[in-house]
Design a protein around this ligand. Structure first.
Ligand code: SAM
Length: 234
């Protein structure tokens, strides 16, 4: 079967439910020592992104919606810091693993569901979507940012692989996403495209952080609803 014949979402859902994708990422997003050098770099880079969100985001007493939660790398510490977290992932394997990890950590203030982020509803103080946009082309990314904005009353944390000239070259020669991670397509996005998609919905970027190391590149944006946006919701 040619992967190019199925759409990105179907491919991503299959990949993160299967042993190849789930197994690989569950290992990277853990502390196990059976990772190779590339996987260790990705683990360290990802930890930097998560730590940055945790240092920026207010948690105590806030409602948080974490979309594409993976194994709960962000949702779990946010709940530990006092947030009430609604986490979800399109992959049932991922959502189930996150739920197990949260239970093992004694967390009772986070829920984990299997859901395509496009089907998530409600209103939350904070919406996070970390390292998910890499799976979707820019036109799709814009629709997903609309969704983040519709769900958020105040803050958004979104990260993506930035489309810079350097990264575009690395991607082309195949050294950006080496080995098994090539199993899914990877899309880079221009920072200005993401900023514009947020702005269109009344969200203004007030902080950004680039984590850039071998095999892991992620630009994190913190956006806040403007007064007009907050008013429009009443
Ligand atoms: N956000 C997590 C983190 O930073 O640890 C996981 C990042 S992982 C690279 C990407 C995740 O996005 C996978 O768990 C995948 O199943 C999920 N995902 C991809 N498309 C999605 C969609 N449309 N709705 C919900 N989750 C999605």
């Amino acid at each position: 079967e040619d992967n190019r014949d199925i759409d990105d979402k179907t491919e991503v859902e299959r990949y993160f439910n299967g042993e190849e994708g789930f197994g690989r990422w569950n290992k990277i997003y853990s502390e196990s020592d059976d990772v190779n050098g590339v996987q260790q770099e990705i683990r360290d880079g990802h930890a930097q992104t998560i730590d940055k969100v945790l240092s920026w985001a207010e948690a105590d007493g806030r409602t948080v919606c974490d979309l594409g939660c993976g194994v709960g790398s962000l949702a779990i510490p946010l709940a530990q810091k006092g947030a009430t977290v609604s986490a979800s992932d399109i992959s049932n394997a991922m959502a189930t693993e996150a739920s197990k990890r949260a239970a093992a950590a004694g967390i009772t203030t986070a829920t984990f569901e299997t859901s395509d982020m496009e089907n998530v509803n409600g209103e939350y103080d904070t919406v996070s979507c970390i390292d998910v946009m890499i799976h979707y082309p820019t036109d799709k990314m814009v629709g997903l940012v609309d969704k983040l904005c519709a769900l958020s009353k105040d803050k958004i944390y979104v990260s993506f692989a930035p489309k810079t000239p350097q990264l575009a070259v690395l991607k082309k020669v195949g050294s950006l996403f080496p080995g098994p991670s090539k199993a899914t397509r990877a899309y880079l996005h221009k920072e200005e495209d993401v900023v514009a998609a947020l702005a269109k919905n009344g969200f203004k970027v007030d902080r950004s952080h680039l984590t850039s190391q071998n095999f892991y590149f992620s630009l994190l944006l913190e956006a806040t609803a403007t007064a007009t946006q907050a008013f429009a919701r009443r």
